[in-house]
Design a protein around this ligand. Structure first.
Ligand code: NDP
Length: 391
């Protein structure tokens, strides 16, 4: 949604206290801050001090924590600022439903689905970092954005790259989408070694600084698996048109191959602020203080085929894409459940894929979703099944 001439762009940041949220605030700062943007709301969960500090700095009208029990703490942290404090699930949905021009969807996991949907229905342009929305709700989510009247602008670096390399009037000539994957910290590990990997080692991504969930997802390649499903819904391609290639340097963020053999790629330093900035200023580009690529110093870019034996998540994404229907929702919910069990020390690293595969098999009979209620029900059922498998 474009603001009327002369009016500041009204925005909200759902998940402002996370890795994407803080980078978004940095981009806003770089692009003019309060002079140019009116921040209506910021939302977080557990990090109350940061939420309050962010709200004070950008002059937000409202700060919301999803955690009802933290209301008094947030109110206290905002005292004297004139910024409204709110807490709980409904407050989060109300904040997401406010009339803004642009909303950053950066809440982690399925918790982001309902608020992002609320923002989409209200007609905001959605800068989508939360891939779980598309993985779970697929066409229903895309439709909700279209019905609301806003634009869906990807923020995931791979999908932003594809979005930038897609020639709008040549979509019919797209042959394939090539998602690059860094391979994560376990890229060269044997399966035997992976069996014993700790959370500390698995979360230490070689190139990107990110939140815990996506960092572990990069190590298991479940993040790439979710991105394959995200790509299908964002770019309306067939499953067989989606390829993954491992590119350890994370410089080529992804590519689009056309029927004439041409491949268009988007390159940049591994810094999410470029994709966030593009989502904020699209279709324009604005100057950002991020590292520039020095090709002479880079000297080489490596590519290799992914190993689906060591990283079964990629195979499971293909299964989910082939089966269609609610398998994305099931995969996403089972993966989130297995992720929590791994970080809490209840299952080992490789068991995450086993849990997801078993949950997907058990729930492969679910009919395609006709409403968001079907998606939420499948999500709940998959969490129950996965929890039962974990024991
Ligand atoms: P973080 O874990 O760093 O941040 C998550 C945000 O969500 C925080 O603001 C957190 O609040 C909030 N949050 C957590 N739980 C809840 C809840 N139950 N209800 C409401 N809000 C909640 O995640 P990232 O920033 O890394 O990732 C956010 C999304 O963006 C994910 O979907 C991820 O896949 C995607 N993404 C991230 C990238 C990255 O580089 N980080 C790259 C591409 C995509 P608090 O911190 O206050 O608890």
């Amino acid at each position: 949604m474009a603001p009327e001439a002369g009016r500041k762009r009204r925005i909200s940041i759902l998940g402002s206290t996370g890795s994407i949220g803080t980078s978004t605030l940095d981009v806003i700062r770089q692009l003019g801050g309060r002079e140019r943007f009116e921040v209506l709301s910021l939302t977080g969960n557990g990090n109350i001090d940061l939420l309050a500090a962010q709200a004070r700095e950008c002059g937000a009208a409202l700060a919301v924590t999803a955690d009802e029990k933290r209301y008094a703490e947030l109110k206290q942290a905002l005292s004297g600022s004139g910024i409204e404090a709110a807490a709980g699930r409904q407050a989060l949905l109300d904040a997401a439903s406010a009339e803004v021009d642009w909303a950053m969807a950066a809440i982690v996991g399925t918790a982001g689905l309902a608020p992002t949907l609320a923002a989409a229905r209200r007609g905001a342009d959605i800068a989508l970092a939360n891939k779980e929305c598309l993985v779970s709700a697929g066409e229903l989510f895309v439709k909700a954005v279209a019905t609301g009247g806003g634009r869906l602008i990807p923020v995931d670096s791979e999908h932003s790259a594809i979005f930038q390399a897609l020639e709008e009037d040549q979509r019919h000539a797209v042959e394939r989408i090539v998602l690059t994957a860094s391979g994560g910290p376990l890229r060269t590990w044997t399966r035997e070694a992976m069996a014993d990997v700790t959370v500390e080692v698995a979360r230490a991504h070689p190139n990107w600084s990110m939140g815990l969930k996506i960092s572990i997802g990069s190590a298991s390649m479940f993040n790439k698996a979710l991105e394959m499903i995200e790509a299908k819904h964002l770019f309306d391609v067939r499953p067989e048109q989606i390829e993954v290639v491992v590119h350890p340097q994370s410089i080529v963020h992804s590519m689009v191959g056309y029927v004439d053999g041409s491949v268009l790629a988007q390159l940049g330093a591994p810094d999410m602020r470029t994709a966030i900035g593009y989502a904020l200023t699209y279709p324009d580009r604005a100057p950002l203080d991020v590292e520039r690529l020095d090709f002479a110093r880079l000297s080489r870019l490596d590519f290799e085929a992914p190993d689906e034996e060591r990283f079964p998540a990629l195979r499971l994404a293909r299964v989910a894409l082939q089966r269609g229907g609610l398998q994305g929702a099931v995969m996403n919910a089972a993966e989130e459940t297995a992720f929590h069990a791994f970080v809490e020390g209840r299952i080992r690293f490789l068991a995450m894929a086993d849990v997801v595969e078993a949950a997907m098999d058990r729930l492969s009979h679910l009919p395609p979703a006709t409403s968001m209620e079907d998606v939420f029900a499948a999500d709940e059922e998959a969490r129950r099944v996965a929890a039962g498998l974990i024991g």
